[in-house]
Ligand binder design. Structure first.
Ligand code: CP
Ligand code: NVA
Length: 318
């Protein structure tokens, strides 16, 4: 799909919008963001970046830990000429019970955008409902759309396209699996999710993703081998997400056959690439041999968080 980043229509469509899930964005809008991300990456290499967010401030609310999301948003907004404010819920009144609706209206008077990482998607939706400025989902228990924007940028760099690319996701049917399914469905990738019974993606989200797919396949299976066969991309994530630490042991048992290792990767295409949103647990969901091996593109993927989110902030807040 070719997109013109000078397109006035798409620019107008995106300005002021929230980014809560990829489900709310059309294929054209996602393609525009990915093209802009590629341009911003190139501009940064050339050392002549534009600064469309001069004088603007992004508030970043974190109720969960973060390395990549925090640092890429904060440095990204700075590179675009603006400022990022780190707001831990243990420091702001939200963490002491101030209503989200009040927080949203107060922050809308000070800021130009809010990024939030929290537990429930409904909190992010509530924030967006009452805020008059763009709200960006920096991860909930349900979705991680910023990660998938960066993942798609990485897949384009690795495979030259998204259309027809076969992605295998092995492991927990979690926020990553959900956003990957939606992104794949929208952008014409085939995706096969292999997860053990009891840990498969939310059926409602799987159905939603299928409703966006046209010709491309979305398959959920319990067989990692079936998922990985002939895959261009093999993706995994932690077995216990943030907030599920107490389930670690139980999950290690449930996911025992779902490790991405060289034996499993052998079923994929010879030029398969390995992706992981990070942080990773070597020896659990992936072996060190795979994540530190030649097929791994995880650090390219992590870097692209910066470029993809700069595109997002430019489009929404610029
Ligand atoms: N992938 C990702 O979101 O990483 P952080 O939890 O470090 O932000
Ligand atoms: N599924 C993981 C992703 C971390 C970026 C979590 O929610 O903890």
């Amino acid at each position: 799909m070719t997109v013109n980043t000078e397109s006035i229509t798409i620019k107008q469509q995106l300005k002021g919008r929230d980014f809560l899930t990829l489900a709310d964005y059309s294929a054209d809008e996602i393609a525009y963001l990915l093209e802009l991300a590629a341009q911003l990456k190139e501009q940064r290499k050339q050392g002549n970046p534009e600064q469309p967010l001069q004088g603007k401030t992004l508030g970043m609310i974190f109720e969960k830990s973060s390395t990549r999301t925090r640092v890429s948003f904060e440095s990204g907004v700075y590179q675009l000429g603006g400022t990022g404010l780190f707001l831990s819920t243990s420091d702001i009144q939200l963490g002491r019970g101030e209503p989200i609706s009040d927080t949203a209206q107060v922050l809308s008077g000070y800021l130009d955008g809010i990024m939030i990482r929290t537990f429930s998607q409904s909190e992010v939706e509530e924030l967006a409902k009452y805020a008059s400025i763009p709200v960006i989902n920096g991860l909930t228990d349900s979705y991680h759309p910023c990660q998938v924007l960066a993942d798609m940028q990485t897949i384009i760099e690795l495979k030259g396209t998204l259309q027809g690319v076969k992605v295998a996701y092995i492991g927990d049917g979690n926020n990553m699996a959900h956003s990957l399914m939606i992104g794949a469905a929208k952008m014409g990738m085939d995706i096969r999710i292999a997860a053990p019974a009891g840990y498969q993606p939310d059926p409602a989200i799987t159905e939603q993703a299928k409703s966006f797919a046209s010709g491309n396949n979305i398959v959920v299976t319990e067989s990692p081998v079936e998922a990985v066969k002939d895959a261009d991309i093999v993706y995994t994530d932690v077995w216990a997400s943030m907030g599920q630490e107490s389930e670690q042991q139980q999950r290690e048992k449930a996911f025992a056959g779902f490790q991405v290792n060289t034996d499993l990767l052998a079923y994929a295409k010879p030029d398969v690439s390995f992706l992981h949103c990070l942080p990773a647990h070597r020896g659990e969901e992936v072996t060190a041999e795979v994540i530190d091996g030649e097929q791994s593109a995880v650090f390219q993927e992590a870097e692209n968080r910066l470029h993809a989110q700069k595109a997002l902030m430019t489009a929404l807040m610029g």
